[in-house]
Design a binder for this molecule. Structure first.
Ligand code: NDP
Length: 277
């Protein structure tokens, strides 16, 4: 039996065990996937204890331990390096490898909504850990430009400098007003409290085909409602990204690609039922 766990604090709300149970069933891989709440400062100990089990294959890491997981990993991929954060660990030949699958999760979810990324111009709202994790995968998917807008401008400037790629810049107010962005991605946590992210009202959405909010609720977020009122034809929330980042982790661990469509449908039903209860 392959063993997996998700570490976080809090962790009771995590949908990961449910998602990976469904992936295991659909691919025929027998697995055990549990939740583990870790005390602050206790990540290294918990992860070491988990990986000491010969059946342990890998783990997911959520808030607030993604940086601890980065430090714990012996080698990391590019997305994790830029993010300084790891959401997936794998034991391989007694070495611990770290990955950040958020970006590939976003790219795969956008693709599943038939939103082509090649030559696409993107405005990315936010410059936190989630934004950092998605920049390399978006560039690898062929986007032509990513303009970052962040409430704290200095954080966006620091991130652009670290990326060091001419396709990534801090959005100037005039640029945002020009309405050239094909897709606008909200990676801020503003939607958690149904606020509109700062800087949004200055963006001209005339040519925008879609908006993507990394946050998901049972109902569309305030950001998605706002974009719909501006005439943006497609609004997508982050539930699909959650499932796709999990699928990318599953593939890293098992080399098997699970079908994500039924899982997305099932979780959508679950969260709307939770709301109506
Ligand atoms: P961080 O705390 O690292 O960054 C938060 C970002 O949001 C910062 O850029 C911050 O700006 C900005 N922000 C917060 N409030 C506002 C506001 N009212 N207006 C404008 N900007 C605001 O968080 P993460 O980057 O790790 O996560 C961001 C969101 O993405 C979370 O809500 C998380 O749930 C979601 N997420 C979803 C995933 C999925 O699979 N669907 C995966 C990963 C994340 P400032 O720098 O000024 O503080």
């Amino acid at each position: 039996m392959k063993k997996f766990v998700v570490f976080g604090n809090p962790i009771a709300h995590s949908l990961s065990p449910e998602i990976h149970r469904m992936f295991g069933e659909s691919t025929g891989i027998a697995l055990q996937y549990t939740r583990c709440q870790v005390d602050i400062g206790g990540f290294e100990r918990a992860a070491s204890a988990f990986f000491a089990d010969p059946q342990a294959v890998g783990c997911n890491i959520t808030v607030p331990f993604k940086q601890d997981a980065f430090d714990f990993a012996e080698q990391v991929d590019d997305a994790a390096r830029l993010a300084g954060a790891v959401n997936t660990l794998k034991k391989e030949n007694n070495s611990i490898l770290g990955f950040n699958t958020d970006g590939i999760g976003l790219v795969n979810d956008l693709t599943s909504h038939r939103l082509p990324l090649r030559h696409c111009r993107i405005i990315l709202l936010g410059a936190g850990g989630a934004a950092r994790g998605v920049i390399h995968p978006l560039l690898n998917a062929g986007v032509s430009h990513i303009a970052i807008i962040n409430r704290t401008a200095a954080t966006a400037e620091k991130l652009v400098k670290e990326v060091g790629d001419q396709r990534v810049s801090v959005a100037q107010p005039a640029e945002a007003a020009m309405g050239e962005a094909n897709i606008i991605i909200n990676s801020t946590s503003a939607s958690l409290t149904q606020e509109l992210p700062q800087g949004l009202l200055q963006i001209n959405m005339e040519k925008t085909q879609a908006v993507y909010d990394m946050v998901y609720h049972s109902e569309p977020t305030a950001f998605m409602h706002y974009a719909a009122r501006q005439g943006v034809p497609v609004q997508v929330d982050g539930l699909g990204m959650l499932v796709e980042q999990a699928a990318a982790a599953f593939t890293i661990w098992t080399a098997s690609q699970p079908d994500t469509t039924p899982v997305k449908r099932y979780l959508r039903e679950q969260i709307s039922q939770r709301q109506s209860r």
